[in-house]
Unconditional design. Sequence first.
Length: 318
Amino acid sequence: MSSFFDLLLFTSNITLPIFIIVFLGWFLRRTDWLTDSFIHSGSKLVFTIALPALLFINVLESDLSTVFDTRQVLYAMVATIVGFLCIWWFSGSMKLAPENRGVFVQGAFRGNMGIVGLALCMNMYGEDGLAVGSILLAFLTLLYNVLSVFALTLPFRSGERFDWWGMSKDMIKNPLIIAILLALALNLLQLTPPAVIMKSGEYFSNMTLPLALLCVGGSINLQVLKESSQLALGATALKLVGLPFAFTLGAFLIGFEGLALGTLFLMFASPTATASFVMAKAMRGNAALSATIIALSTVLSLLTVSTGIFVLRAMGAA
């Protein structure tokens, strides 16, 4: 019995701090301590400066020989593509309207790895978990963007030419990708920026997760949750249960364990990324459906992620 409560305490220590801050963000927004403009500006600050600083410093100071697992990265990318294709095929059988199909697919496979995923990895495994999560984020961010474009444009089949060159330039200018690639290059060359740059970067990196989680919580609309459609529930079930279970089981069966298995689960089990709403709105998708999926998956992920961590630890697998 004591081991059961030890596991329960271990799981709670990983997930509850994150979701307490998310709830605090929701509460502060409802009481007008946080405003929509603050949430917008805070989210932009996180994406363009704070999160890139966190990733840059963490990757730069990591021992890549121990945290970079080529096999893990390849598995994560292949699993993501396979999961995307399965959901795409499944959505085709549902006969969805074009504006709903892409949003459903994106909501079911695109996780909030940059905020919730990294926070979970850090809470569970410390600096090593954050480093491994950053590596996974570096490779999957680009893949997520490409797959999301396919999901949101193909259903319309309008014959319009999509600006792939423009999208490629946008991804190349993505602050997260720039920060990680630059850090990888400096790490491999064994070069370190001046101490004043590193210290300034640390100040920004320290504010990343609290600010980002507050903004996530402030964006949750409970009224939207009450009006959740069957599509939103279906996409959320795939995002929080279907894909994480399949991907984690597959990883376990081919020999992943410990840190590698745990970080794969945590990144894949993270709720739907808030960036999916921006893309849906910009590419003629059903933005309201996207917002519902994000809110629903964020709230329910407390239960699903906690359950997954509890099971993995009980099995001694992660």
